[in-house]
Design a protein around this ligand. Structure first.
Ligand code: FAD
Length: 386
């Protein structure tokens, strides 16, 4: 069996890798390279955490991904992953997003505990807890070094005989489906498109109405040299401010010598991954500065040390889209990762490989037919926080 996977972001890479491990002849193609700066999987880092409200599908996929990530990293784990735990701030009484995950997380052998304010203030003096009603600490969470992880999986894929080429894929479908790589027809038994936000351009007929792409800026603030200790991973976990009043901000302690990272989870600024400049939007930067000064007073007025601009490949309801093309059964679409698909990459790749080779069913939640009904725009977080 020969399968072509288009897109060497974390989903395409992982799918290609697991298919190859199961003995398939796999050809992986990417127009810019594994973990490139324009891809959702490119960049310094991504969070991995288990809390997902009551959504056990994502908790279980992340738990499986944790095991697979560790197998992939092996002894070199510290080059690719930093475990820090995750500190959850809730500005409202409603802490159900954390609380609803607690039972499943504990069944999996991890912990999620609510901290008293006196414990939180003593443990994290660099944080201002003003306006926060509840604090939780999740022990199994941390930072994946995103582009480095992608490069590693590509190496591993090639080491077991996977075939990779850099090339631009286009499609033709009059009556039959054809894949062209750099304008040349390429034949396979199965075609998998994991092209992030570009999937909707290749398959606009199926995806244009139920997906959208949003601009996401990432800022790293320069930590004063005398305060580095308070913002290193042994003193500051990954954190997420689950706040309905302002954008939902999240961030990470100092890693890979870039600074104190902060980003937001608002999806309101539409973005073209091909046409738009990757420069931060200045009024958003000001909002982030204000937030940092409020939540981490030591960093008030700190300059920016590094920025990145990325995009979310959103589905309307915030759930992944992983399904066979409605017209061509040899074509599978993997898209709509909606700003939360990196952590689960290896589990998604394994899921896809087992679906193709063993006939395992794909989760109903990921199917395209859900869009036949009217769907409200939502995110991975509660519908109230978009
Ligand atoms: C700012 C930001 C923060 C995020 N934070 C987190 C987080 O903390 N935790 C988490 O789990 N997730 C996070 N995500 C989401 C996560 O990064 C994405 O869900 C995931 O990386 C998407 O991977 P992908 O493989 O689907 O797509 P991509 O990584 O976008 O890969 C698509 C690939 O397809 C290639 N391609 C496209 N079109 C073609 C073509 N025609 N021919 C050849 N190649 C093509 C591209 O070059 C690209 O390499 C974040 C995303 C952003 C932007």
């Amino acid at each position: 069996m020969k399968i072509t996977v288009v897109g060497a972001g974390i989903w395409g890479l992982s799918t290609a890798y697991f298919l190859r491990k199961m003995g398939v002849q796999v050809h992986l193609i990417d127009m810019w390279g594994a973990g490139n700066v324009r891809s959702g999987s490119g960049g310094v880092s991504r969070i991995i955490r288990l809390v997902y409200g009551a959504d056990e599908l994502y908790i279980d996929l992340t738990s499986r991904a944790f095991a697979l990530w560790m197998e992939i990293f092996g002894k070199e784990v510290n080059d690719y992953y930093q475990e820090t735990g995750l500190l959850w701030f809730f500005s409202q009484e409603d802490d159900s997003y954390a609380l609803h995950s607690k039972k499943r997380i504990e069944e999996l052998g991890y912990e999620l505990e609510e901290l008293t304010f006196s414990d939180a203030i003593a443990a994290y003096p660099q944080v201002s807890f003003e306006g926060i009603r509840k604090v939780y600490f999740e022990d199994k969470a941390g930072i994946l070094y995103a582009s480095k992880c992608c490069e590693l999986i590509l190496q591993k894929f090639q080491a077991i005989g996977g075939h990779y080429t850099q090339g631009f894929a286009s499609v033709e479908r009059e009556n039959n489906f054809s894949l062209l790589v750099n304008g040349k027809k390429t034949e396979s038994d199965q075609y998998i498109f994991a092209c992030g936000p570009w999937t909707r351009s290749l398959f606009a007929d199926v995806l244009k109405e139920n997906t959208y792409v949003s601009k996401q800026d990432i800022y790293h603030f320069a930590i004063p040299p005398t305060k580095m200790r308070q913002f290193d991973p042994s003193h500051m976990p990954v954190w997420l401010d689950y706040n309905a009043e302002s954008p939902l901000y999240y961030g990470m302690p100092m890693h890979l010598a870039k600074g104190f990272k902060i980003a937001y989870d608002d999806r309101s600024e539409l973005f073209s991954p091909d046409q738009d400049d990757r420069l931060p939007t200045l009024d958003r930067l000001q909002l982030a500065r204000d937030f940092v000064g409020k939540r981490f007073p030591i960093l008030a007025g700190a300059p920016i040390s590094y920025t990145e601009v990325c995009q979310y490949d959103n589905s309307l309801d915030g759930h992944f889209i992983i399904d066979t093309h409605p017209q061509f059964e040899e074509v599978i679409l993997m898209t709509g990762s909606s700003g939360h698909g990196f952590k689960m990459g290896p589990a998604i790749g394994e899921l896809m490989a087992k679906h193709i080779l063993k006939g395992n069913a794909l989760p109903q939640k990921f199917k395209l037919n859900r869009f036949q009904n009217k769907i409200d725009v939502q995110s991975q977080f509660l519908p109230s926080i978009k």
